[in-house]
Write a protein that binds this ligand. Structure first.
Ligand SMILES: [Zn+2]
Length: 456
């Protein structure tokens, strides 16, 4: 049940906080999304086709770069009616999105007025932009997805993550954000420091705030959960946890379930389009944000491409249906996911699902012959060793050598370490392997700690 403050916040304070222009579309869209999530698959796909038609009409008219590209592929505006026709449009790679950013901006309204970039830990930064119409859909989509995890506007929440930007925001904006956050009862806690003392301070914040939901970077939440479990300091009833930004491993989910309760929800998104998919209360894969995005799991084989079969791994391609300012059409995010069969979920929703997110394609290692080896292999291995290895990180250097860093539980004996190395050697043959036992793994400057890093 929502408390009185939560009720007032939703009905009175939140609408009052936002300008009339901003609040209305977001809350209207949210209401619409709460209705359409119960639509049949046919209805949802019809909705996508309608929005796709509108978007492509705009693209052919106002985005000269994409128009020329599509024409070169032999396509005109009327050629894409159905979702199946979408496959005829060329994919937009990350490199291409970066190189042709200026030419991908609309030459007519709505213009892209919100400019952002992603840092890209191993690659070069990618600049992108979108218009305000898209922003409202993004906010509404996020609110619906978080709603599946029991979060509603006005609920007390802790956001345990890193600073999204290294530059402090200008004072005026910072003040506004602080005011916004405190009205919304959103409490931001930096996750970059992971010493026992820092984790104790987070526990104190949890006791003080009594959050309904903790939103966290998956790896940060897992480190916190392990600290809670190890010190036995849990004295709260169940708190739902929404994991974002980093991959959620099964062993991390289990640790969080002991520390906070059974409601652990994985979400998948990126800065370019925000929430792509989110887990519902049935915890059976992640529902796609179908009304805002077309999500494809694509298998490329040379020049040919097809959609992944259920259970098959492929590359995630996104078409953002509401970003007219600088459109993403069939944009390859760089992430790998496993496709799910199109069937009704136990929760009753038909919204298509992703079975799992397998991380970034930059997490794919290469053996000495150049054959790909999924970084997933390490998470499976380490889940198996969970009672002996607390944390790990795998870095494949440019010269192919692999550095394995381990944080053991207690003391790691030499024979076990040798067994781990032998095992890895079988999966990534011919590659030099170095191991290092450390007491702590540090997150990068944005507060994320990547489990598998491939330098390129
Ligand atoms: Zn569901």
């Amino acid at each position: 049940m929502m408390d009185l403050y939560g009720f007032l916040f939703q009905r009175v304070l939140y609408p009052g906080l936002q300008s009339g222009l901003k609040r209305r579309p977001t809350l209207d869209h949210l209401r619409e999304l709460e209705r359409t999530q119960w639509c049949s698959l046919d209805e949802l796909e019809a909705l996508q086709e309608r929005e796709l038609g509108r978007l492509l009409a705009h693209v052919f008219q106002n985005i000269p770069y994409l128009r020329e590209r599509y024409r070169a592929a032999g396509l005109e505006v009327g050629d894409v009616h159905h979702l199946d026709d979408l496959r005829r449009l060329p994919l937009l790679t990350r490199d291409e999105a970066r190189e042709h950013f200026a030419e991908r901006r609309s030459v007519a309204p709505p213009f892209a007025t919100i400019d952002k970039s992603t840092s890209g830990t191993t690659g070069r930064p990618l600049a992108f932009a979108y218009d305000f119409g898209s922003e409202y859909w993004r906010q509404a989509t996020k609110l619906r997805g978080y709603g599946w995890a029991g979060y509603q506007l006005g609920d007390p929440s802790i956001h345990y993550w890193g600073s999204p930007s290294l530059e402090p925001p200008p004072f005026g904006r910072r003040l506004k954000e602080t005011v916004d956050h405190s009205f919304r009862r959103e409490h931001y806690v930096d996750c970059t420091e992971r010493s026992p003392e820092a984790l104790d301070r987070v526990v104190e914040r949890i006791r003080a705030v009594k959050p309904k939901v903790i939103v966290c970077y998956a790896q940060a939440g897992a480190a916190l959960a392990r600290h809670v479990n190890a010190t036995g300091c849990r004295d709260w009833s169940d708190i739902n946890v929404i994991c974002a930004a980093e991959r959620l491993f099964q062993s991390d989910r289990s640790a969080m379930m002991s520390a906070f309760g059974p409601g652990v929800f994985e979400t998948y998104g990126n800065r370019e389009v925000m929430l792509i998919a989110a887990e519902c209360e049935a915890h059976a894969g992640l529902h796609q944000s179908m009304e805002n995005l077309i999500v494809e799991v694509v298998v490329r084989d040379g020049d040919r491409q097809r959609l992944a079969e259920p259970g098959e791994l492929g590359e995630v391609a996104i078409t953002d249906l509401h970003n007219y300012g600088a459109p993403f059409v069939r944009y390859l995010t760089g992430d790998l996911a496993v496709a799910h069969a199109n069937e009704r979920c136990a929760c009753g929703r038909w919204l298509s699902r992703l079975e799992s997110i397998e991380g970034r394609s930059t997490e794919t290692l290469r053996d000495a012959q150049g054959n790909p080896v999924s970084g997933m292999f390490f998470s499976v291995l380490m889940a198996y060793l969970a009672d002996k290895v607390r944390e790990f990180q795998v870095i494949q250097r440019r010269d192919n050598a692999i550095d394995l860093r381990l944080v053991p539980v207690g003391k790691l004996d030499d024979s076990l370490l040798q067994a781990i190395k032998d095992h890895i050697g079988k999966y990534v043959p011919g590659v030099p392997l170095r191991s290092e036992v450390v007491s702590e793994l540090l997150p990068d400057r944005t507060g994320k700690r990547r489990v598998v890093v491939v330098e390129n």
